[in-house]
Design a protein around this ligand. Structure first.
Ligand SMILES: Nc1ncnc2c1ncn2[C@@H]1O[C@H](COP(=O)(O)OP(=O)(O)OP(=O)(O)O)[C@@H](O)[C@H]1O
Ligand SMILES: [Mg+2]
Length: 947
């Protein structure tokens, strides 16, 4: 069962303290270093403390982007980091096969939206909501994203179309300096603070090339024209004119060097945003030509002079307020620059016209000093607001593509973050209301959708407690009664209303609302709204007036009479407007208050956002001094809470970001059934083939469920199975994929093993067959050889026997002849008569070779060749050397001795017999039959008397 992680407040409290820190230290010690974590949901455990530590470690290591589930957290580096936004890096993210695998970056979000548009998956249109507090880097981020799209969505088709696309992109990028000059100002929190909300729609054609853009602005802080908080400045454009105008322009616009203007505080401060030339250049690119620019700057100079128009108290209600000392001059200059008649201007500022009675008679009433000031400020705000809107429309007409030339869009929303000052008024109420709406959109899109899906799927999962801001929105905008409706009603009733009255009304009408409170210690009438990001105290004083934003009709009429070409465009004479200004009693048009207009535009924006796939970038300001490498934990903590990031992290970590349909899950992980141990296999029913064979894709729900259950039982980690989907965390997915890889590896091993076994067996069989064949052939050859030997031996034996018989016969004949001769001749002494040479040799041979004769006579038939030679060697007692070097030639043969044998019949004499063939050749000398040598010795030994 998944561990439940509840709201961050209680969670952090439960795990708080030193022991937690130690535990964390120990636990995280083995993990990847904090600065290398690419997702805050990976910190363990997810608490404010750990998330803060992770963010701090990353910031100190110059890592400015990290993920928090579906949100990208962007920390303001407060120093230039050019390599982080280089075109090369843009290309790298654009070309990456999976940009999510790269380091977290705004380009990852940009590329993701671009690919989503390309994929044409519903909803095709994309939106990026960039939020954060003032100075956190929203505008910077939006600017970088626009540059990114300008690079990746450039037209590559042809040189011509490329040029056109480049021009459009340049115009879109040029809209930034112009809008920032007119809509941004230096505040206590940001030198370049956007004083309006902005939604840029980047329009893409069918080939995903940027063909144009459209800008929608929200709630310009126009009061800044006439009223700047201490240490803050007016809009940048006033300073740009004041500091950057050429001498001739100064004369034309009546802006002499060193002139002071009450609506131009802190002109001595120089900011990099005060660059007039950049604004002028950008305006030129957007199609605002030099004369028009001149008209614009002239009108703005007129407003500066109008600000110097100070009224004094007349002391008499019937008399108009006089001007202070040199204010007359300022009125004159202002009227000149605005193309208005001076008298008419002054009269409009000081005298109110009232229509009353049946005949709608006109009454003229001098205004009080405060009323004069208000009318003056109102005139300035009116002119500036119209000018700003006109500029936006000019920019739009310059960058907007024809409706049929684009099909999809990527929206960039750069809105003011949540605001809470010591004194908050209608502006803060609107801004915080917008932030509540956006937070709700985020909640609706991500958190609630995620949890509702769990509920629909019947998942056993305790919901993460997150702050649902619906009660707060009900309090602000709900029906029938809410803060907005009450303020609007006050405006409609058109009755004098005090701040205390409004406070009481709000309290009594909205009593019991959980998100409403009041600061009872404050002397000023107020109410407190408990926003999702924290409580904010609003002053009720001036709320109704601001909401009414009344524009006296005389002012509009005055401006419609202007001779200035620009003001003529800004205030055209409109008959409808006239009729609105002079309503009859019953036919009065509904009052369009600031709140109702803002609410309408906000709803329109949210409608657009609901039709897109949203992406969120939360900008964080690490410190309020705008210093690099400084991380203030408390400030960051309050921002994390303000942007609801902690809930996001919790729900992302505790929830199941991965959901797979049952079918897809079974198809991918069916093979994991092999992991099931043998016992489980038996217990969980049959698996007929042991999971070995491939099944056809299962279509039957019952089969599917059966398989699913089998897989789930076999898995090493518990999974959460809903009605139609399987839910898992990233870590479970990793586990499953690892197990799958393991099973596939096992399968591969099985196949390899089988193949090797098969190969070995085949080889062994072949070897055995080869050996059998070889043995058969060899035995056949051997038998054949032996048969031949036998035949040869038989022949030899026969010839030998025949020869022996013949020889025996010849020898017996010979011996018989010798005996006869001996008996007839007297024996003669060998010493007395020396034997001839041949006879001597013969005798020697007989003496040496007689054992040979014996041996050969008795030798086995098969003894021949070398063996026979060895026998001869042994008999002759010859030295045994190399058989080759010692060719044996028996002396017996040389001497022609054929055989030596004892005389038969008990004779004690040996008989030497010479080969008749040899004898004839080698011993032609005297008769060989004489007894010599050994025979002679024997004879002599056996001779009587010799012992
Ligand atoms: N990524 C960045 N790299 C370098 N400097 C940055 C970066 N982001 C922001 N800054 C610095 O922070 C300043 C404030 O940023 P930015 O104007 O975008 O804030 P913001 O959120 O739009 O504030 P506001 O709500 O007041 O308009 C910039 O002027 C710039 O100096
Ligand atoms: Mg900004």
């Amino acid at each position: 069962m998944l561990q439940q992680v509840n709201g961050h407040g209680s969670g952090s409290a439960a795990h708080g303290g030193e022991s937690l820190r130690e535990d964390l230290q120990e636990f995280l010690g083995g993990e990847a270093p904090l600065q290398q974590l690419d997702d805050l949901t990976k910190v363990n455990p997810v608490t404010l403390e750990t998330v803060l530590r992770c963010l701090q470690a990353q910031y100190m290591a110059d890592t400015f982007y990290t993920n928090a589930g579906c949100t990208l957290v962007a920390m303001n580096p407060f120093k230039p980091v050019p390599q982080l936004y280089s075109p090369e890096l843009m290309q790298e993210y654009h070309a990456a096969s999976q940009p999510q695998t790269l380091k977290p970056h705004i380009f990852t979000v940009g590329e993701q939206t671009y690919r989503n548009v390309k994929s044409l998956m519903e909803p095709v249109n994309q939106s990026i909501v960039v939020s954060g507090e003032s100075g956190a880097g929203k505008t910077w981020t939006s600017r970088c994203l626009m540059k990114f799209y300008a690079v990746v969505a450039a037209s590559p088709t042809s040189w011509e179309s490329h040029k056109v696309a480049q021009r459009i992109e340049q115009r879109i990028l040029n809209s930034n300096p112009v809008m920032e000059a007119f809509g941004n100002a230096c505040t206590l929190r940001n030198n370049n603070s956007s004083r309006f909300g902005k939604f840029i729609q980047l329009q893409l054609n069918g080939a995903q090339q940027m063909t144009g853009a459209a800008v929608q602005t929200y709630l310009l802080e126009k009061t800044r024209v006439a009223c700047q908080a201490p240490s803050e400045r007016n809009f940048h454009i006033f300073y740009q004119i004041y500091k950057g105008a050429h001498a001739e322009e100064r004369v034309r616009w009546c802006l002499p060097e060193g002139a002071t203007f009450s609506w131009l505080p802190h002109p001595e401060r120089t900011l990099e945003e005060d660059c007039f030339e950049v604004t002028r250049e950008a305006m030129l690119h957007l199609g605002i030509d030099a004369p028009t620019q001149n008209n614009i700057f002239q009108a703005l100079a007129g407003l500066l002079h109008l600000g110097n128009t100070q009224f004094a108290d007349s002391g008499n209600e019937a008399q108009p307020c006089p001007l202070v000392d040199d204010a007359q001059c300022s009125v004159g200059t202002s009227a000149l620059l605005l193309g208005l008649p001076e008298d008419h201007l002054l009269e409009t500022l000081r005298i109110r016209t009232i229509r009353a009675g049946r005949g709608r008679q006109v009454f003229r009433k001098p205004c009080s000093q405060a009323e004069c000031d208000t009318r003056r400020d109102c005139l300035a705000k009116l002119v500036y607001a119209r000018l700003f809107d006109w500029l936006v429309s000019v920019i739009n007409s310059s960058i907007c593509a024809a409706p049929d030339s684009w099909t999809t869009f990527i929206g960039l929303l750069d809105v003011y973050g949540f605001e809470s000052f010591p004194n908050n008024s209608l502006e803060q109420l609107c801004i915080n209301y917008a932030n509540e709406k956006l937070q709700q959109h985020f909640v609706a899109h991500y958190l609630r959708a995620q949890q509702e899906e769990y509920a629909v799927e019947g998942l056993e999962w305790s919901f993460v407690s997150y702050q649902d801001n619906q009660p707060c929105l009900d309090l602000i905008e709900g029906s029938p009664v809410s803060i907005c409706s009450l303020i609007n009603e006050e405006c409609r009733l058109n009755r004098p209303s005090s701040a205390a009255q409004l406070q009481t009304r709000i309290e009594s009408a909205l009593t019991g609302r959980p998100r409403l409170g009041r600061d009872r210690l404050s002397p000023e009438p107020n109410f407190i709204v408990l926003h999702y990001a924290g409580p904010v105290r609003y002053r009720t004083a001036g709320l109704v007036e601001k909401n009414k934003d009344p524009v006296p009709p005389e002012l509009t009429r005055l401006l419609q009479q202007s001779q200035d070409p620009l003001l003529k465009v800004l205030f055209p004479a409109d008959p409808e407007e006239k009729s609105q200004e002079e309503p009859s009693g019953q036919n009065r048009a509904p009052v369009l208050t600031v709140v109702s207009k803002f609410k309408a535009s906000l709803e329109q924006l949210l409608q657009v956002l609901h039709g897109t796939t949203p992406h969120y970038i939360r900008c964080i300001k690490p410190n309020s001094q705008a210093q690099a490498q400084i991380f203030h934990r408390e400030e960051v903590l309050s921002q994390l809470e303000a942007c609801g990031l902690v809930e996001t992290i919790h729900i992302s970590a505790a929830g199941f970001p991965i959901r797979v349909s049952h079918r897809n899950f079974v198809e991918r992980y069916e093979l994991l059934r092999r992991l099931r141990p043998a016992t489980t296999l038996r217990r969980h029913g049959p698996c007929p083939d042991g999971g070995r064979s491939e099944r056809p894709p299962c279509t039957e729900p019952a089969t599917l469920q059966g398989l699913l259950q089998e897989i789930l039982h076999a898995l090493p980690a518990p999974l959460h199975c809903g009605r139609t989907k399987v839910f898992m965390t990233n870590s479970t997915l990793e586990l499953l994929e690892r197990a799958r890889a393991q099973v596939l590896e096992q399968c591969a091993r099985h196949i390899q093993r089988g193949w090797r076994r098969h190969r070995c067996r085949t080889q062994a069989r072949r070897r055995r067959a080869a050996v059998l064949i070889q043995a058969a052939v060899r035995s056949w050859l051997a038998r054949k050889h032996v048969r031949r030997l036998h035949a040869a031996a038989t022949v030899i034996k026969r010839a030998w026997r025949e020869w022996r018989i013949r020889m025996a016969f010849l020898a017996s004949e010979e011996l018989d002849g010798v005996e006869e001769k001996h008996s007839s001749q007297a024996p003669c002494s060998p010493s007395s008569s020396p034997l001839p040479l041949a006879q001597t040799r013969l005798q020697g041979a007989i003496t040496r070779l007689w054992p040979l004769g014996l041996a050969l006579a008795n030798a086995a038939v098969g003894v021949h060749g070398f063996q026979r030679k060895l026998v001869v060697f042994a008999c002759l007692q010859l030295p045994v050397g190399s058989p080759r070097s010692c060719a044996i030639q028996t002396a017996q043969e040389q001497a022609g001795v054929l055989s030596i044998r004892a005389l038969p019949q008990g004779s004690i004499r040996f008989h030497c017999r010479k080969s008749p063939l040899r004898y004839a050749d080698t011993c032609p000398g005297p008769s060989p039959d004489s007894v010599t040598g050994f025979n002679q010795i024997l004879l002599e030994r056996h001779r009587p008397g010799h012992v």
